[in-house]
Write a protein that binds this ligand. Structure first.
Ligand code: NAP
Length: 348
């Protein structure tokens, strides 16, 4: 890899740290950007160390600085944006100024981030992305890869492109990268599952398998899922298959509960039923969640598309009140969601 393909990873957290370390190990010239000069100094002395699935990686010598210091640096051909969603929206306009004329910004957050950035900054600079890699940060510079996942990248307007292929060629040396010709469909497939599987679990303080044992849990899941799927289909997005067909069997604009549907739910549960929701970890650590880019995005788009989204709106409000310390994750939250939305949701 020649040094003229300059690649910057912004955010040396769980995903950025692992991708950065694996890229350095693969001989890709990589620069890393942290929020502050202090964090950069810590990483400069610790290096990057990865364990877990995909094998170990260690990069002792890393090129790292606070993001604003790159203002004076040579321009980059690729900037991988690996911060949380709110930080991504805040820093992205600055990052565009660090790009070479043919450079691309690749956000990999969940939910609406890629689309919002493309709307604000232009699709000519933003390539869409999402991550199916599971990663955690143990302490700054020390990371664990939790699954054999991959990045999915592609054009938000659909189709294949040379620049997506080029980015996949570079990043693919470090981690598995798949190019999707229906990237929005891939993003929405994950978004719909995040709106239901993950967020419902977070507010209940349970895994999907636990909350699906109650009729209330099953109804909240179904309504959150249905609303998000209806929104996607109404705005012209065909969600891509992940582990199941995103459209449940017997779908008629809403779910029709049947034995076939229950088997479909079992397949969703086999893939995601025992995972502790990442948003629950955010609650436990007192961190701001990414709800506005997940259920909040559906709650915003639904009314514009004429789709009722009462459950996603109620979940969004509830998550905000948990963030503010006014409520706590508990299975009882699901009863509250049903009571609050029953008059506005169609019966199964
Ligand atoms: N981890 C996963 O398994 C996974 C899987 C799929 C999707 N995702 C998504 O990927 C995104 C990143 O997740 P993550 O788990 O890697 O998050 P993370 O561990 O919290 O890492 C984010 C990093 O970005 C840094 N940062 C924030 N603002 C910055 C700025 N302006 N300039 C430079 N660095 C900045 C943070 O630094 P500070 O500590 O100073 O804030 C932190 O080190 C999230 O949207 C997440 O939902 C994650």
């Amino acid at each position: 890899m020649s040094d003229d393909y300059r690649f910057l990873v912004v955010g040396a957290g769980a995903l950025g740290g692992i991708i950065g370390a694996r890229a350095i190990n693969a001989g890709v010239p990589v620069w890393l950007a942290t929020r502050t000069a202090e964090s950069a100094a810590v990483l400069r002395s610790s290096g990057l160390q990865v364990s877990g699935i995909g094998g170990t990686a260690y990069a002792a010598e890393i090129q790292v600085a606070a993001v604003r210091e790159y203002e004076r640096a040579e321009k980059f051909r690729l900037i991988l944006l690996a911060t949380k969603a709110h930080d991504a929206l805040e820093i992205a306009p600055f990052l565009v100024t660090l790009l070479a004329p043919d450079g691309v910004l690749l956000p990999i957050q969940n939910g609406s981030v890629s689309q919002l950035l493309a709307d604000r900054l232009g699709e000519s600079v933003v390539l869409g992305g999402l991550s199916n890699l599971g990663a955690t940060i143990i302490e700054p510079g020390i990371y664990e890869q939790r699954n054999a996942g991959h990045l999915i990248i592609g054009e938000l307007s659909g189709g294949l492109s040379d620049r997506a292929a080029k980015v996949a060629g570079v990043l693919g040396k470090a981690i598995e990268v798949r190019v999707a010709d229906n990237l929005r469909g891939a993003i929405w497939a994950k978004l719909i599952l995040n709106c239901s599987v993950t967020t419902v679990g977070a507010v209940a303080g349970q895994t999907m398998r636990q909350y699906m044992m109650s009729a209330t849990g099953r109804e909240v899941f179904r309504r959150a899922y249905d609303e998000a799927l209806s929104t996607a289909l109404t705005i012209g997005i065909q969600p891509q298959r992940m582990i199941v067909d995103p459209v449940p069997p017997g779908w008629r604009g809403t779910t029709v509960v049947s034995e076939e549907y229950n088997r479909w739910v079992d397949r969703v549960m086999a893939g995601y039923g025992d995972i502790k929701p990442s948003m629950l970890q955010d609650f436990e650590r007192g961190r701001r969640t990414e709800i506005d880019f997940i259920n909040g995005y559906v709650a915003e788009l639904g009314p514009k598309a004429g789709v009722p989204v009462a459950m996603n709106a109620a979940i969004t409000d509830l998550v905000h009140s948990i963030e503010q310390g006014k409520s706590k994750p508990d299975p009882g939250r699901l009863d509250e969601l049903l009571k609050r939305t029953r008059s506005e949701c169609p019966a199964p």
